[in-house]
Design a protein around this ligand. Structure first.
Ligand code: 3PG
Length: 306
């Protein structure tokens, strides 16, 4: 029987698994669940006889692929697939897909929520500031960026965007001002919401030079990946500028240094949290199971990324 493994170190909401199960079982497949595993060896053994696997930020390395002798498909229930070794999967003939857009609203809501939290002094009771009238720069105008733009407009913010991969017309249709470079975006906006993927070109690309262009009272909100930040440059900037704030749903490697030096100017959620809502889990999880059924039964390759 075709075995579909759901391997999630950070589990889906139970409501999501309850909706994923019938999709798998009605297709005549068997569901195996590996949640909250703490050691790679648990994943290696659970995946050994799986035909398909659904993951979140779980790492699918060359070693994991080599251990999965029957594996035909990996679906990352989410947007970013930097946690999957695409070259190793392709070499082993394994299809990799993501589920773009399914958890974007949840991530955007968290980005806006963190901005309000910081504008209000992390709810310390002292007079803070408002979002209305401030400029926000959306760095990369994909599914999450578009939701952040819509919400920010609802708050009365002026919205700008930079994305060399999305046409000016597409962005302008949303009533968002397009700028021609990251430098222009950062120098124009009090808030930047970061949505670039993590890859060889973007890793450590957000650093001292770019961030130091931001105006007084600047806040960078990173719900993308910690790897895109040049942490050394960020630490240097925050030491030089006591008006600069950094918020992220993924703690940087140097989080202890932030805690020691920059009280009140940073906030990191304990685990990557942007997509942690029941709704996002259901949307992404059910989409992933449907994609697996479509691939195995009908050969559908929609959302294949390798
Ligand atoms: C994504 O790439 O979809 C988000 O970063 C969510 O990741 P998660 O599924 O680990 O919460």
């Amino acid at each position: 029987m075709t075995k579909v493994l759901i391997a999630t170190e950070k589990p889906f909401a139970p409501a999501a698994v309850n909706q994923m199960r019938p999709v798998i079982e009605n297709a005549g497949f068997e569901l195996a669940l590996l949640e909250k595993y703490t050691d790679k060896s648990e994943l290696l053994s659970a995946i050994a006889d799986a035909d398909a696997v659904i993951i979140r930020s779980d790492k699918i390395t060359k070693e994991v692929i080599a251990a999965a002798k029957n594996l035909k498909i990996v679906v990352r229930a989410g947007a970013g697939y930097d946690n999957v070794d695409l070259a190793a999967a392709t070499e082993a003939g394994v299809t990799v897909m993501n589920t773009p857009g399914q958890n974007s609203n949840a991530v955007a809501e968290l980005a806006i929520g963190m901005m309000i939290f910081q504008a209000r002094g992390q709810f310390n009771g002292k007079a803070g500031t408002e979002l209305r009238g401030k400029k926000i720069g959306i760095h990369a105008y994909g599914n999450v960026g578009r939701f952040v733009a819509t919400m920010a407009k609802g708050f009365g913010m002026k919205v700008l965007a930079f994305d060399p991969f999305v046409s000016k017309e597409t962005i302008e249709k949303d009533g968002v001002k397009v700028v021609d470079s990251a430098e222009e975006l950062y120098s124009s906006c009090e808030y930047i919401s970061l949505h670039i993927p993590s890859n060889d070109k973007t890793k450590k690309s957000i650093g001292f030079d770019l961030l130091s262009k931001m105006p007084k009272g600047a806040t960078l909100v990173n719900t993308a990946r910690k790897e895109v930040i040049d942490e050394e440059g960020m630490l240097k900037l925050m030491a030089e500028r006591d008006d600069f704030n950094y918020l992220s749903d993924i703690a940087p490697d140097s989080k202890d240094e932030f805690a020691a030096k920059f009280t009140g100017r940073f906030f990191f959620t304990p685990k990557k949290m942007g997509a942690q809502t029941a709704e996002a889990n259901i949307n992404a999880g059910v989409a992933a199971t449907n994609q697996i059924v479509g691939f195995i039964k009908d050969g559908s390759t929609k959302f294949k990324v390798n």
